[in-house]
Structure formats: C-alpha cells, structure tokens
Design a protein around this ligand. Structure first.
Ligand code: PGA
Length: 252
C-alpha cells in the first residue's frame, strides 16, 4: 500500500486576525518558488477559514482545529464538520491536548468527532500524547496506545485519518523528545495501526508535534515512521514555517 504524501500542518490555535492573509500568500509564494515535497496545511481559527480559503493560494490547504461530533443542533458556540466542509476544509484536527485539557474531551468524544469529520469527506487529524508526569513515570507508551485505541474510529482509512503524536510537555515549551523517544512512540503507533487495520495501517500518516522548528525539523522528520509534522508557534510566520517544509524535503 502506498503511503499518501507526507504532511506538514500548522495549527494557529487562537491566533490570527485578517492581516494573517499575508502569511498565506507568502507561504504559497515560497512554495511556488522553492517547491515542496510534502502537502502543506494551515489550520487557522474558525473565523479566518472562509477568508483564507477564498484566496488564490493553491499550495496551502486550509483546515480546522476542531469540530462538534453532531452535524447541527442546540450546541451554542460549536461548529460542525458540515459547516467546515461548506467552507472547503479537507482536514479537521480532533483531540488536540489543549481541547482534551481545556474542554475535558475524552478519547470517546474525540472518536465521535473524527467520525463526524470523516462523514463529510474530511481527513481527521487525531492527536494523542502523554504529560510530563506520565513520561517520567514510564507510562508514555501505555498512555499513547490507550488514547489511540479509543480515539481512532473503526471507519479510519488511509484517506480519512492521520495520527499526530504530540507529547503535551513538548507543546510550546521548546523541549523536544530525543529522536530515540520519538522513534519508540511512532513505532508503537504504527504497530497498533497495523494490528487494527492490516496493510492499510502502514499507509496512515503519523505526524510528530511539539516545538518543531526549522532547526530541529530535519532530525525529527528523518525518524522512522514520522510522516510529517504538526506545528504550532513556528507556523504563524510563513518564513519560519517554510523552513520546516524545506527541512522535511531536504530542499535548499
Ligand atoms: P508548538 O505546538 O509547535 O507550538 O509546540 C504544537 C501543537 O500544539 O500542535
């Protein structure tokens, strides 16, 4: 089974006003000029999705950071996968650790959100990762594989699912696990995908996320079973983000 192209995805979190249009046009231009050997995605806040998707920037896909598990109904303040689909989102992040922590989202909720994303034809980027206490207690693999098992729906396929391993303690901290630690977790994720989905599990992309930047991207992206990156802070500026894209493709 052939794996899809690797993906370098940016998660802008709660950052970005209309002037962020500049970053998308600049990123599109950098890719035009230098090329990219991976797919490139930016997930801005909901408020910018329609605006950014209306730009002519074909090198940069625009996705969402979350969706509700239902398609409509009495859920004040929530956004459904169907609404995101209408805005042209082909990717929806679900289960980011900030959603799990700030909104008490369980893996079962994340699973239902992934199904909602898949049901509108989007790819769900399902996030998992351990806290520092769990890593120090030697529980990282257990935590990640348990979260994964409950978070990935049976409907997962190569086309509609991507996994992102994001150690909570590495997010926004500048701390990065060793290549050996990343390799160990990504192998455990891969093995679970193979056990559960057979050969198809070999072709599901597994992203690494947590303090990825231009200076560490090449090393992280060369680790076995790392098929791309999920990037927070370093995705906000097109030039910084492009350094990661270039490192991934060993360009320049
Ligand atoms: P960071 O965030 O790159 O700022 O560490 C990663 C993420 O939360 O997806």
């Amino acid at each position: 089974m052939t794996a899809p192209r690797a993906l370098v995805a940016g998660n802008w979190k709660m950052n970005g006003l209309k002037q962020a249009v500049y970053e998308i046009t600049r990123l599109n231009e950098l890719i035009n000029v230098n090329g990219a050997t991976c797919d490139v995605l930016i997930c801005p806040p909901f408020t910018l999705i329609g605006h950014l998707n209306s730009l002519s920037a074909p090198n940069v896909a625009i996705g969402a950071q979350d969706c509700h598990m239902n398609m409509s109904g009495a859920h004040t303040g929530d956004i459904s996968a169907e609404m995101l689909n209408e805005l042209g989102c082909g990717y929806i992040i679900v289960g980011h650790s900030e959603r799990r922590a700030d909104h008490g989202e369980s893996s079962e909720t994340v699973n239902a959100k992934a199904v909602a994303a898949q049901n509108v034809g989007a790819t769900a980027i399902i996030c998992v990762g351990e806290t520092i206490e769990q890593r120090e207690a030697g529980e990282a693999l257990d935590v990640v594989t348990t979260q994964l098992k409950a978070s990935i729906p049976d409907s997962a396929t190569t086309d509609n699912t991507i996994i992102a391993y994001e150690p909570v303690w590495a997010i926004g901290t500048g701390k990065v696990p060793t290549a050996a630690d990343v390799a160990e977790v990504h192998l455990a994720v891969r093995n679970q995908l193979l056990d559960r989905f057979g050969a198809g599990g070999d072709a599901i992309n597994i992203l690494y996320g947590g303090s990825v930047k231009g200076s560490n991207a090449a090393e992280l992206m060369s680790v076995a079973n790392v098929n791309g990156a999920l990037v927070g802070g370093a995705s906000l500026k097109a030039d910084d983000f492009f350094d990661i894209i270039a490192a991934f493709g060993h360009i320049g």
